[in-house]
Design a binder for this molecule. Structure first.
Ligand code: ADP
Ligand code: ASP
Ligand code: MG
Length: 406
């Protein structure tokens, strides 16, 4: 008998028929003798609808009230799935984040899980009851409901698996695994049977939305075996695991892209100590995360241009902060561009292979695509390019690294 966590994403619980289908899958695991905790997302499109409602009421809304509104999608699906299971004769009960409880910090809208009290749900599992948890939700120290950021149900599921000591965490979604790139962009992308935690972490943080970044961090830290698979078929999925479980390591295992990017350039900034600290300190104080940074010094060495990227959604706030601080920071002009995307090639094999970046630059230049900014880590090379070339670039790189399915 194994204890497992099964997570079902928005498309898997998009309507009543699909919720009944999910119930059948859960029943199968119960019939096989497993102890099952389920984590559910809101119905597909529901969270977007709730976010739009908040936007339509208030321009700068209170994040606590945003959480009150957007957390409701998962409450509905957890109740419906518990009912569907009961209808099949399976003993099941729904649990909201505050009932378990899943403790988080108070960063409403993007809270981090601090700990989970598993005593009660663990007892229920031991009694053979299916525990149906609403994903995405937590309880802040202010005693209010929090949410974990978009895509946060993945994190709820993996954290629950870690806290319950589950044998594995199965993430059911609308694709049957993790592919070499988004199959919606490259239909002949290849499915990976395994991927390392590290590669998946880079993938997620570089924009691949199949798993939320924080869920991979938790899986890596607590060695949770995460499997990504389809709720619509029975084909084997992709296992996210330690590097030593993978025999044949690819130099490049995937291409990620992120549309959530914007670029700011500060022109003619004084070239003296403390200026970069002034710019990025002001942004950090406003809780804005900066990603790629490039600085060029002018020919006479007196001024510099600083270019950096940030989440597109944070651009209006960043502009406000920088324009307000123009005199203190001391720059002549500011340019902003939100029609940019980030493309990354990722693979643990890069550590021991030279020439990966060069292949990327050549493939892009052959398509006439200009690179605006570059950044690298041990297992990744990222470039920023104009948004209009995104699909072309992903396809060209997928071929250049020999990832296309035969
Ligand atoms: P869910 O609603 O189940 O959480 P998501 O939409 O968050 O599902 O994630 C699944 C989607 O991730 C897929 O439909 C796919 O288009 C996208 N995706 C992006 N990159 C990849 C990749 N490398 N492999 C698989 N899916 C990917
Ligand atoms: N429903 C939330 C969202 O759409 C959480 C999730 O689905 O993971 O972001
Ligand atoms: Mg998701």
């Amino acid at each position: 008998m194994a204890r497992i966590v099964m997570k079902f994403g928005g498309t898997s619980v998009a309507d009543v028929e699909r919720i009944k289908n999910v119930a059948l899958r859960v029943k199968k695991a119960v019939d096989a003798g497993d102890q099952v905790a389920v984590t559910v997302s809101a119905m597909a499109g529901e969270t977007n609808r709730l976010v739009a409602l908040c936007d339509s009421v208030s321009e700068l809304y209170d994040a606590r009230e945003y959480d009150t509104v957007v957390s409701t999608g998962e409450q509905v699906t957890s109740g419906l799935l518990a009912m569907a299971l009961q209808d099949l004769g399976v003993d099941a009960r729904s649990w909201q984040g505050w009932q378990i409880p899943i403790h988080t910090d108070d960063a409403h809208g993007k809270a981090r899980i601090l700990g989970i009290d598993t005593d009660v749900v663990s007892q229920r599992l031991d009694q053979g009851q299916v525990v149906v948890c609403a994903g995405f939700q937590g309880l802040g120290s202010d005693n209010r409901v929090t949410t974990l950021g978009r895509g946060g149900s993945d994190t709820s599921a993996v954290a629950l698996a870690a806290a319950l000591g589950a044998e594995r965490c199965d993430i059911y979604t609308d694709v049957d695994g993790i592919y070499t790139t988004d199959p919606r962009i490259v239909p002949h992308a290849r499915k990976l049977s395994k991927i390392t935690y590290e590669e998946m972490l880079e993938q997620a943080s570089m924009g691949t939305k199949v798993l939320q970044t924080r869920s991979v961090e938790i899986a890596m830290k607590y060695h949770v075996r995460v499997q990504v698979l389809s709720s619509f078929s029975d084909t084997p999925g992709t296992l996210v695991c330690d590097e030593d479980e993978i025999v044949e390591k690819e130099v490049v295992s995937g291409i990620a892209y992120s549309r959530d990017e914007a670029k700011i350039t500060l022109l003619s900034v004084a070239d003296r100590p403390g200026v970069a600290a002034g710019v990025f300190g002001a942004l950090a104080d406003a809780n804005i995360n900066v990603d790629m940074i490039v600085q060029n010094v002018s020919a006479d060495g007196t001024t510099a241009d600083i270019t950096f990227t940030l989440p597109r959604t944070d651009l209006p706030r960043a502009l406000k902060v920088l324009e307000k601080g123009q005199e203190d920071i001391g720059y002549a002009r500011l340019e902003a561009d939100k029609n940019v995307v980030k493309i990354s090639v990722i693979g643990v094999g890069m550590r021991s292979h030279a020439g990966v970046a060069q292949t990327m630059f050549r493939a892009l230049s052959e398509k006439g695509i200009n690179i605006l900014t570059i950044s690298t880590s041990e297992i990744k090379v990222s470039v920023l390019i104009a948004e209009e070339y995104m699909e072309l670039a992903v396809r060209a790189l997928h071929s250049a690294y020999g990832l296309d399915a035969q």
